[in-house]
Design a protein around this ligand. Structure first.
Ligand SMILES: [Zn+2]
Ligand SMILES: [Zn+2]
Length: 177
């Protein structure tokens, strides 16, 4: 294959990124965290949960390995279609998650990686919300080393266990306590 020189490539020996001049004044190039969080928000839009639309991304070496959003198991009716028991019983956030038929976004991302035989040891989890205790335990055992969450979630036990496991957690919008 012949190499085509890009028209906007900088001349050898000069510094600069191709094409930056066009957008320089109006846009700033997003950081990797911003980039993946933005995609995480898009993923969350596929959620079928009545209460909270959550998206999750497993990333290693700046590459997306798996994605997930919260919803019922494959082929089954979603809470969106038939209602959710947690909603009916008025269960507060962070409690009795087993009463919902949906899987969490993080679980679905982990299961996607498992289904396709993708190694995720050392990965970063990007998520719209801080993981619950159940997901936190799974993430620890899958070797996830860093979590970047857009928003917090009221689960103190989850935070304690992640801290004990040495997982780095960054929350963009932490709860004020
Ligand atoms: Zn539900
Ligand atoms: Zn969870």
């Amino acid at each position: 294959m012949t190499k085509h020189k890009r028209k906007d490539s900088p001349k050898p020996g000069t510094r600069g990124t191709p094409g930056t001049n066009i957008h320089k004044a109006t846009t700033r190039r997003p950081t990797w965290d911003e980039y993946f969080l933005k995609i995480t928000r898009e993923v969350a839009q596929r959620s079928t949960c009545l209460r909270r639309q959550v998206g999750a991304l497993l990333v290693l070496d700046k590459r997306i390995l798996a994605t997930g959003y919260n919803g019922a198991p494959k082929g089954l009716a979603h809470c969106l279609d038939i209602g959710c028991l947690r909603e009916k019983l008025g269960i507060p956030p962070g409690e009795r998650q087993e009463l919902c038929r949906g899987l969490h976004a993080e679980m679905n991302a982990l299961l996607q990686a498992a289904s396709y035989g993708i190694q995720i040891g050392g990965a970063t989890l990007y998520t719209t919300n801080h993981p619950c205790i159940t997901c936190a335990k799974m993430l620890i055992n899958c070797g996830v080393r860093r979590i970047v969450a857009l928003d917090d979630y009221p689960d103190g036990l989850s935070k304690d266990i992640l801290k004990e496991a040495g997982v780095r957690v960054e929350i963009v919008k932490p709860h004020k306590s």
